[in-house]
Write a protein that binds this ligand. Structure first.
Ligand code: NAP
Length: 479
């Protein structure tokens, strides 16, 4: 195996110091298999040290204006080192460069929005004379940082989902112990370097990479960690929550994202947005379009528009500027997805696009028709370049199928009918509903999160800060 010339060696960050542990983990490109970096391997001891450092940081609170200035500076540094950061994402996650650049810009926005929230953080006046007992008293609330935050992040947005953990926590005044995904730790450690350059004092951000369960156990068991903020798969997230009944455990988990297209929809617009958003980053987004339900009269006209766009998507090297669809994160993911597609075909689903094995081992976008709701491709989160397109007889049937899932992150509808749009808003059981936009849409200030098994919280700096602060009531007896 060759080692790329740009290979980075990154120690862990604990208490403001870069720590080598004597053991290195290789980070490999999911496309070429080349080693693109090495990271010091941490475990329980490094995690305990990190929590110690975070708890010490909390003893010297940073005023809001300093926190905001640091956050704004990090956004600026991300802009300045934009190409290098995008390349790091592309190399370690296999995300096509163009999408990686979008991720960098989004992380800049996450930092900028968090800085705004840091400056706005305040409590409220309680109308005391609204009840007789409160007469003659003034009361107000303060929003206090909840304490040390433990954050665990997945591989698929290795920069911006880390930004969504760190930036709101710092805005709220909470130090962070971060465990990024083992497959993609380089972007997180690069971001940590920018935090230090921006003047973040020691202990406010600590990054430990290594054995997930070892690090997770310490974070779960240490009472000084007040919030565990987790983004990743549903089984891991819910299991962590069960083990930490006395912590706030904020979960951002998976989905099996549906989109409904009504007979009167703008089919060109729907086809373009759904083709792009079912397959970008090879479907490895928690809100990648996975299930499309089209009212019967529009079914064939929709496919006539959708399938050519899918076939045009360029599959290949993520470092190639032209690439739309890159590799899956690892062989296990590719084999699992191929098996699910085989299961669907054996049960009678028709293959409308993709399905052939390529020489370079990548999966070209796969479209299946007539996939029944019990199949894994319809009911589980595929997290790969696969989507189903089924005809439905009515809006009732479309919404019933869209809701027939244990997940509830985002769903979308394409329609020109105001009634259908408003019904979607009321009847689709998801944390977010998009109308004439793909359900993959996210701007970083939005309240973003799921219902049902998709999670129990909302991210977006203003919303995350609610979880990261506690209200303290102050009552004053007026003279
Ligand atoms: P994952 O396997 O659940 O891993 C996520 C993180 O959890 C990684 O850092 C992983 O560490 C860590 N982890 C695994 N087992 C753990 C344990 N026992 N204790 C503590 N930490 C543990 O998920 P993934 O494959 O990286 O990401 C894909 C999933 O994330 C999908 O389900 C996707 O829908 C979801 N996701 C949700 C959102 C959202 O905002 N709702 C956004 C993006 C992704 P290692 O890497 O070391 O194993």
């Amino acid at each position: 195996m060759t080692v790329a010339k740009t290979t980075a060696e990154r120690p862990l960050l604990v208490g403001g110091e870069w720590i080598e542990t004597g053991e290195w983990l290789d980070v490999r490109s999911p496309y070429s298999g080349e080693v693109v970096g090495r990271v010091a391997r941490g475990g329980a001891a490094a995690t305990r040290d990190a929590i110690d450092a975070a708890a010490r940081a909390l003893e010297a609170p940073l005023p809001a204006h300093k926190r905001a200035e640091i956050l704004v500076r990090v956004a600026g540094y991300l802009g300045r080192r934009h190409d290098e950061v995008a390349r790091t994402i592309a190399e370690e996650a296999g995300k096509p460069l163009r999408a990686a650049r979008v991720e960098v810009r989004r992380a800049m926005s996450t930092y900028t929005m968090s800085a705004v929230e840091a400056r706005k953080l305040s409590g409220e006046i309680v109308p005391m004379d609204a009840a007789q007992a409160g007469e003659g008293k003034l009361a107000f609330t303060l929003r206090r940082p909840v304490g040390v935050v433990g954050a665990i992040t997945p591989f698929n947005f290795p920069l911006n989902l880390v930004a969504h953990k760190i930036a709101p926590a710092l805005a709220a005044g909470c130090p962070v112990v971060l465990k990024p995904a083992s497959q993609t730790p380089l972007s997180a450690l690069l971001l940590a370097e920018l935090e230090l350059e921006a003047g973040l004092p020691p202990g406010w951000l600590n990054v430990v990479v290594g054995a997930a369960s070892e690090i997770g156990d310490v974070v779960v068991e240490d009472d000084r960690v007040k919030v565990l903020s987790f983004t990743g798969s549903a089984p891991v997230g819910w299991a962590l929550r069960e083990r930490a009944p006395r912590k706030r455990v904020a979960l951002e988990l998976g989905n099996a994202t549906p989109a409904v297209v009504t007979a009167d929809a703008d089919l060109d617009d729907a086809a373009a947005k759904l083709a792009a958003n079912a397959f970008s980053f090879a479907g490895q987004s928690c809100i990648s379009v996975q299930r499309i339900y089209v009212e019967a009269p529009a079914y064939e006209p929709f496919l006539d528009r959708f399938l050519p766009l899918v076939r045009e998507l360029k599959v290949g090297d993520p470092l190639d500027e032209e690439t739309d669809v890159g590799p899956l994160i690892d062989d296990a993911a590719r084999e699992r997805i191929a098996a699910w597609v085989e299961e669907a075909r054996a049960a009678g689903a028709r293959l409308l696009a993709g399905g052939a094995t390529r020489d370079d081992g990548l999966l070209a976008p796969i479209v299946l028709a007539d996939a029944s709701p019990e199949l894994k491709v319809s009911s589980e989160e595929v997290f790969g370049p696969v989507c189903t397109v089924n005809a439905v007889a009515s809006l009732d049937e479309a919404f019933a199928l869209a809701n027939r899932t244990r997940f509830g992150l985002q769903a979308g509808v394409f329609t020109r009918s105001l009634d259908a749009a408003l019904r979607a808003a009321h009847e689709l059981e998801f944390g977010g509903v998009t109308i004439n936009e793909a359900p993959t849409f996210r701007a970083d200030q939005m309240p973003y999160g799921g219902v049902k098994e998709s999670g129990n919280t909302r991210e977006g700096p203003a919303y995350a800060i609610r979880e990261l602060t506690e209200e303290r009531l102050v009552v004053v007896q007026l003279p």
